[in-house]
Design a protein around this ligand. Structure first.
Ligand SMILES: *Cc1c(COP(=O)(O)O)cnc(C)c1O
Length: 484
């Protein structure tokens, strides 16, 4: 440990304070009376006493222990981890947008309602769908919302259908959402091109099937080029096509799911539309539908009347109901709209082209050293297998750990499950050529190490403050509190 490390609790000494509070200028309220004797404490047990500078250093130091998109390339596949432009934050912090209350009457909230309506209109244009709800707070919640609408649609037609077909290349949330929506997931095996095969689909698609749930481009980073025929066959048996649109970073401005047979889809604003991801902020997974599903959208819906006045319409008799309080995560709609308007149609198309170009550049440069899972052009991500390295006893997880020593965040390890030893890489459009070249050099260098000195890879990382952690126990029994 260097001089500046250690825990803030260990620096504590009695009487040190970070700040002085000024005297109260309102009559004091007795905390004892408010809380009751039982809950009142005159001091917090074990709370560290430290100076302001120690607190500043403590949190600044912690912030450097983590790896983020603001510090370097984040090449996780199937989970677009692109840069969140700062302009989004500037716009979201504008007073009228940041501080308006969701209970503000319609007449006083026209600006905020307009932001929601415009975001909806842009996303409808981008997807080629007819209507949208911004309520769902995550991709997975969007999936559930879409599936519940499919249920409501079949029920409305007095049809009992039990199954949803899910290709084996699906994101793990897909079969989970199917189950929560009360359906049974039926697995569709991918063909030798890593796509949905028409024969397999033909066998599985019966009148007991409510629909197909597929990701396009799929999680192998491959575009389902038979999508129109796939949709036609699902529709012919009365089923609906759900598209997991979390991978829209490969399509925006180039292809519109509404034009290739999709009936319902979700988007991940916290992927494609550059709003913060994971711990960085609440998510947003809008669900877009074709006309036939519009009556079932979650209520309320924001509508613009002939005078240009925005109204919140709760009168939706066939709606599946609410899936989220108020209007969804409003701040995420603000950020996504700022992003969409800042780029404009041409800019968004270029984002897509650059994302696809970057993935194909990585694919082309690494295929001499690593085995491609499926030899098809990549869309936004490419998937290798560790087959060659496994002959030297090195697996995808080892290579990922070694990448950390080279200063990069690992790619996605062991997903999708249909590829043995999968190494899934999504550079996104945010990476410059110089950064991609450095990443490629690191991967090629590791491939050489595997042949010459595999031990250095299997024992990586060597440069981090902790080495290999027990990930299962860390997840199941996390230690979240410091104890003396
Ligand atoms: C990320 C992702 C999801 C789930 O989205 P969340 O916001 O994490 O719930 C679903 N499908 C695909 C293909 C994804 O990449």
């Amino acid at each position: 440990m260097t001089r500046n490390e250690g825990l803030i609790f260990e620096r504590s000494s009695p009487g040190k304070t970070g700040m002085e509070l000024s005297a109260l200028d309102v009559p004091p309220v007795s905390a004892k009376e408010l809380l009751g004797e039982e809950f009142y404490r005159s001091e917090i047990q074990g709370f560290p006493e430290v100076s302001e500078l120690e607190v500043v250093r403590h949190f600044t130091r912690l912030s450097t222990w983590n790896y983020g998109i603001d510090t370097g390339l984040y090449p996780l596949g199937s989970c677009t981890m692109k840069y969140n432009p700062r302009v989004n934050e500037t716009v979201a912090a504008l007073e009228g947008l940041a501080t308006d209350h969701p209970y503000t009457p319609e007449s006083l909230a026209q600006g905020c309602l307009k932001v929601l309506a415009q975001t909806a209109r842009c996303l409808i244009e981008i997807t080629g769908m007819d209507a949208i709800s911004l309520q769902p707070a995550a991709g997975a919640q969007g999936e559930l919302t879409g599936l519940l609408m499919m249920r409501a649609y079949h029920k409305d037609r007095n049809e009992q259908r039990r199954y949803i077909l899910v290709p084996d290349s699906a994101h793990g949330t897909n079969p989970a959402s199917v189950t929560i929506a009360g359906y049974e997931a039926r697995n569709l095996k991918s063909n030798d091109r890593g796509c949905v095969g028409l024969e397999e689909l033909g066998r599985a698609m019966t009148e007991e099937v409510a629909g197909l749930m597929l990701t396009n481009p799929n999680t192998l980073g491959i575009f389902e080029d038979q999508i129109q025929e796939i949709a036609r066959r699902v529709h012919a048996k009365g089923g609906l096509v759900y598209m997991d649109g979390a991978n829209m970073n490969a399509l925006v401005g180039v292809a519109r799911p509404g034009e290739f047979g999709v009936d319902v889809m979700h988007l991940n604003l916290h992927k494609t539309f550059s709003t913060p991801h994971g711990g960085g902020g609440p998510g947003s997974g809008p669900v877009a539908v074709k006309k036939i599903l519009e009556p079932f959208l979650p209520a309320p819906i924001i509508e613009e009347d002939a005078e240009g006045f925005y109204r919140v319409n709760h009168d939706r008799p066939k709606s599946i109901g609410r899936v989220r309080a108020f209007y969804g995560n409003f701040g995420m709609a603000v950020r996504a709209l700022a992003y969409i308007l800042a780029y404009g149609p041409q800019g968004l198309r270029q984002v897509t082209e650059d994302a696809v170009l970057n993935a194909n550049y990585v694919l082309a440069k690494l295929r001499s050293a690593y085995e491609l899972a499926y030899d098809a052009p990549a869309m936004h991500e490419c998937v290798f297998s560790d087959r060659r390295q496994a002959q030297h006893g090195v697996r995808t997880g080892d290579i990922a750990k070694r990448l950390i020593d080279y200063g990069f965040h690992p790619y996605t390890v062991s997903f999708p499950l249909i590829v043995s030893g999968a190494m899934m890489i999504e550079p996104t459009e945010s990476a410059s050529k110089a950064e991609l070249d450095a990443f490629i050099d690191a991967m090629l260098s590791i491939a050489r190490e595997v042949e010459e000195d595999p031990q250095i890879v299997t024992s990586a990382p060597h440069t981090t403050r902790v080495t290999r952690l027990d990930e299962a126990t860390a997840a199941r029994k996390p230690v979240l509190r410091w104890k003396p």
